[in-house]
Design a protein around this ligand. Structure first.
Ligand SMILES: *[C@@H]1O[C@H](CO)[C@@H](O)[C@H](O)[C@H]1NC(C)=O
Ligand SMILES: *[C@@H]1O[C@H](CO)[C@@H](O)[C@H](O)[C@H]1NC(C)=O
Ligand SMILES: *[C@@H]1O[C@H](CO)[C@@H](O)[C@H](O)[C@H]1NC(C)=O
Length: 298
């Protein structure tokens, strides 16, 4: 070493650093391997920049922790190939944010392995062609082992979670375990979800936006308690939701969007608070809702 000139010594040091067994530049080798397997399984042109010429933390759609250089965010969108959601995403142990947005060729179910990603707080899989929980051709024995469209384990230890799954073909029920999650935003609109979703609500929760519109949800709205301090937007239009509209909705201080049209609701529409700003189109096509802004109750 003593014989080397100062600049050369620096270069050698830099070379050794870059070529260490764990980090190749700003990139964890294990994470890089997982990302390359995701690239290969999708095979879309958007991954052409994912080569060893760049550290994987600099690849488009990849985000890393600045200190540890571990991959924390993955964002894949605007692809034009046909593929299924790679279960390998669950092999990125530090991932907190996962987004596959606007991939018309993204088909099939959400892999159960996503339910093992305990650190995930942001899951955005909207405007794809996801379906599930299972293709209709599967035998009943296989069907019994599949739990539903959404892996139950996800978000288990999370507050402030984002879940955006709108504009897919997802069917089946939402896992009741999601009732324990503090979602900031839930958008399940324009799918074919069925059954109960009342557990997503709760008076003390910090949820700001709940959009369940255009599904086949079926539950008693009369028993629901709304997050009073935080809720800004509630869209339930086009479902099979029954019961009455709870009077407590008038206590929600910051409500800016409220739409329960095209359901099976009945009874008098509550008044007061922010409710007076919503017109008849927010209530139309129910079983027997009455009172302003609809015609008076008999
Ligand atoms: C996908 O997009 C790329 C880049 O715009 C284009 O070269 C390719 O023809 C497209 N493939 C299909 C199937 O549309
Ligand atoms: C959830 O948090 C608790 C307490 O911090 C911890 O003991 C538990 O292992 C966590 N569960 C998961 C699935 O990470
Ligand atoms: C409520 O939903 C109905 C049905 O989709 C729609 O026609 C109406 O414009 C919506 N109103 C508001 C204020 O969102």
């Amino acid at each position: 070493m003593a014989a080397l000139s100062e600049p050369l010594r620096f270069l050698l040091f830099f070379f050794l650093l870059c070529d260490s067994p764990v980090y190749a530049g700003k990139c964890h080798k294990g994470d890089k391997k997982v990302l390359l397997s995701i690239k290969n399984s999708i095979g879309d042109y958007i991954f052409t920049g994912w080569t060893s010429d760049f550290a994987c933390c600099d690849w488009s759609g990849v985000g890393c922790d600045e200190v540890s250089n571990r991959v924390t965010a993955l964002d894949v969108g605007q692809t034009n190939t046909t593929f299924s959601l790679p279960a390998a995403v669950s092999d990125l142990p530090f991932l907190t944010s996962l987004s596959f947005h606007k991939n018309p060729g993204l088909v099939g179910p959400i892999p159960a392995a996503i339910g093992t990603m305990v650190g995930l707080t942001f899951l955005r899989l909207d405007w794809n062609s996801l379906s599930g929980p299972h293709p209709p051709t599967l035998t009943p024995s296989i069907r019994n082992r599949l739990t539903g469209p959404l892996p139950p384990g996800i978000f288990s230890n999370t507050s402030g979670a984002y879940l955006r799954l709108s504009h897919n073909g997802l069917s089946g029920e939402v896992p009741p375990s999601y009732g324990a999650v503090e979602f900031l935003q839930v958008d399940l609109s324009r799918n074919r979800f069925t059954g109960d979703a009342s557990f997503l609500f709760g008076r003390g929760k910090g949820t700001q936006q709940i959009d369940l519109s255009r599904n086949v949800f079926e539950f008693d709205l009369g028993k629901v308690e709304f997050p009073e301090a935080e809720l800004i937007a509630l869209d339930l239009n086009h479902n099979k939701i029954y019961g009455s509209i709870p009077k407590q909705i008038a206590e929600v201080e910051n409500l800016q969007l409220f739409n329960v049209s095209y359901n099976r609701l009945c009874g008098e529409i509550p008044t007061g608070g922010r409710l007076d700003r919503f017109d008849q189109y927010c209530y139309l096509h129910n079983k027997c809702l009455c009172g302003a802004p609809l015609p008076p109750c008999k």
